[in-house]
Design a protein around this ligand. Sequence first.
Ligand SMILES: Nc1nc2c(ncn2[C@@H]2O[C@H](COP(=O)(O)OP(=O)(O)O)[C@@H](O)[C@H]2O)c(=O)[nH]1
Ligand SMILES: [Mg+2]
Length: 374
Amino acid sequence: MNEIVLAGIVVGLLVFLLVARSVTLKRPSDADFEDLEELDEEEIDDEDVDVDAELVELEADLELEEAVEQALEEAEVEEAPPSRWARGLAKTRGALGNTLKALKLRDKMDSDAWEEIEEALIRADVGMDATERVLDALREAKTSPEELHDALRAELVSILEMGDTELVTRPGEVAVWLVTGVNGVGKTTSIAKLGRRLKADGYSVVLAAGDTFRAAAIEQLGTWATRLGVHMVKHAPGADPGAVVFDAIEHAKAKKIDVVIVDTAGRLQTKTNLMAELKKVHRIADREAGGVSEVLLVLDATVGQNGLSQAKAFQEAVGATGVILTKLDGTAKGGIVIAIQEQLGIPVKAVGVGEGIEDLENFDPQAFVTAMLE
Ligand SMILES: Nc1nc2c(ncn2[C@@H]2O[C@H](COP(=O)(O)OP(=O)(O)O)[C@@H](O)[C@H]2O)c(=O)[nH]1
Ligand SMILES: [Mg+2]
């Protein structure tokens, strides 16, 4: 745009100078004639030189303008919004990253230095066991302050790369994903996010409103289903969730739908009932669909280590094939991912990094650890 305007100014100026000159030449006054007689060749040449100089100046301006524009464009690329990983782990990185930066300035890793990094990892909720294991390995390798960042990164990645993070679908058959976890951790929101992603990847999806305990839960899932443009199978509040799942699977089979995502209740007050109900839903899915492809346990990262005991109860009842860790954006304890993998032996398969429908990331150990430490 600026180039066009500038080009316009250059052309305009040239035209103006030419016209001005020809007017002077065409309509000379008497005084002009007198002046003209006095005007020698040299002066005319000087005037030509002036026009040329002006052009050169304008060209230089134009070049400068272009250079500025290019620099601005480059700056824009550099200032691109941070990735969702980086945003999601901003708080964890603040705590851990600063400790690492400070340690880098030391001459050597003395016992104080080791203690500092240990405290930082535990504060980030990496967990005692994993922290000890990682630091033992680094001590043994006589890691220097310079090497600390990269060595820690490699150790953490190696813990996280043990699990298979792929979410399982069954080509040509109905895959059932059971989504479990206590109230408020983000089950319903995560279902919407998963649905959006499956659709974007070309899969067909049906949602099953298996949290029949509250009318609001069915409505909430219904709102997401409408927004996503997918069908939701529901019964009246208080109905048997097993019956909802049965109907959803029948629907999926009839319509050749790829994935049924089942929302479930998460009230802990009636824990025994809840676990019995989940087992029943699981059995029905096993029988009707020939298996449950994923039992996804949703954990809230802001709850930290306490979430791990909840997780164990769910795991005992229905097993879990993967964890969806939500609200990573709201905590400085992102290290919980490492503790989960270590203590539960269940891979974290996806991570929630915000309330938006797109704020779900496939778990990627490399990207995760980089965002956590840098
Ligand atoms: N910041 C943030 N909020 C989340 C995330 N996932 C869910 N939430 C919020 O957590 C609250 C509870 O979510 P919901 O899906 O209703 O939980 P449910 O009771 O387990 O179904 C809602 O306000 C969500 O917007 C996340 O990854 N980041
Ligand atoms: Mg819910």
